[in-house]
Design a protein around this ligand. Structure first.
Ligand code: FAD
Length: 306
């Protein structure tokens, strides 16, 4: 069996693998797609000490760093179940099974897509999901935020300080964000809020975004907003479908962890976007991955399993 088996090969999983391998213990990483969300990212400008890089380049660097240690990388493998026990079992979708004394879950999350024409075509060319990451790219430009929940309204407030104008588009008849956020939003002069609006298309000039089309759900009238960027803020979905009923999850489906990354199952730790730890960022995922691995090591040296 492995000493530490990591599920997920994004920044959190990579950091966990490096920290485990450096202890000289048997380490494995099973991942559906090594690199994770970073593979879908264009510019990364907030990974401390790296002024500027590109997602795929960063993913390659992660992989090379992990490969410089003795780590079994099992890529393009989907975990389908976790069976707790003295040895923890990870079942794979291909019928295989892996056993380990400790497990670090780092399966990350995915942004919920709005699924309208233009969204996929202009991803990274005006369509964005993360205001902390991509907000500065739209400095002085006009953007829309789709979604009037807490994350959408927070994004609009954040972006209003950077861009020239923000249009917040909410599908329902009213915003769903906390009252204090709504008050802040309404106090901003460069924000327009449009409710009862169904986004039907993100338009572009074949290179980058130039507008957003929405239908007024009350009158049926179709409107176009001219802009340079669209932030889709309709939810971040943790990749925990396969863990439901096995491990304690928050009401948003995130794995509940304590300050050490310990989950509800002894010997099982978790890190990164898949957990309840707030703010989904690479630098945070990397730190949490290191922490989960050190906690797994701590568990190993205290437990009787040999
Ligand atoms: P992920 O990167 O999501 O990795 C999860 C890993 O788990 C992947 O390898 C995946 O294949 C694997 N996996 C999932 N389910 C399974 C399963 N069942 N079995 C096996 N493997 C599984 N953050 C920044 O700090 N700066 C930025 O500029 C930035 N830009 C971004 C731009 C975009 C377009 C996106 C989408 C995100 C961006 N982020 C940015 C956020 C950042 O990418 C995430 O916070 C970070 O990748 C989280 O790392 P993670 O390891 O927790 O999860």
């Amino acid at each position: 069996p492995y000493d530490v088996l990591i599920v997920g090969g994004g920044p959190a999983g990579a950091a966990a693998a490096i920290y485990a391998a450096r202890k000289g213990i048997r380490t494995g990483v099973v991942s559906e797609r090594f690199g994770g969300q970073v593979l879908d990212t264009l510019a990364i400008e907030n990974f401390v000490s790296v002024q500027e890089t590109e997602g795929p380049k960063f993913a390659t660097a992660l992989e090379q760093h992990v490969k410089s240690y003795e780590v079994d990388i099992m890529n393009v493998q989907l975990a389908s179940a976790l069976v707790p026990g003295k040895l923890i079992e990870i079942k794979l979708a291909n019928g295989g099974s892996l056993k380990s004394k400790t497990v670090v879950l780092a399966t990350g999350a995915r942004w919920r897509e709005i699924n309208v024409p233009g969204e996929r075509e202009y991803r990274n060319h005006g369509v964005a999901y993360c205001p902390h990451c991509d907000g500065p790219l739209f400095k002085g430009k006009r953007v829309a935020v789709i979604g009037g929940g807490n994350s959408g309204v927070e994004a609009a407030i954040d972006l209003a300080g950077l861009v020239s104008h923000v249009t917040l588009i909410e599908f329902g008849d009213e915003l769903r964000a906390d009252a204090v956020l709504q008050r802040k939003l309404h106090s901003l002069k460069n924000v327009t809020v449009i409710t009862s609006a169904q986004t039907t298309e993100i338009t572009g000039d074949s290179k980058k975004v130039n507008g957003l089309v929405y239908k007024d759900r009350k009158t049926g009238a179709v409107h176009t907003v001219e802009l340079e960027g669209v932030f889709v803020q309709i939810g971040l979905v943790p990749n925990t479908e396969w863990l439901k009923g096995t491990i304690a999850l928050s009401r948003h489906g995130e794995i509940e962890v304590d300050a050490k990354g310990q989950t509800s199952i002894p010997g099982v730790f978790a890190a990164g976007d898949v957990t309840t730890v707030p703010f989904k960022q690479i630098v945070i995922a990397v730190g949490e991955g290191a922490k989960a691995s050190l906690s797994a090591f701590d568990h190993l040296i205290r437990s009787s399993v040999s």
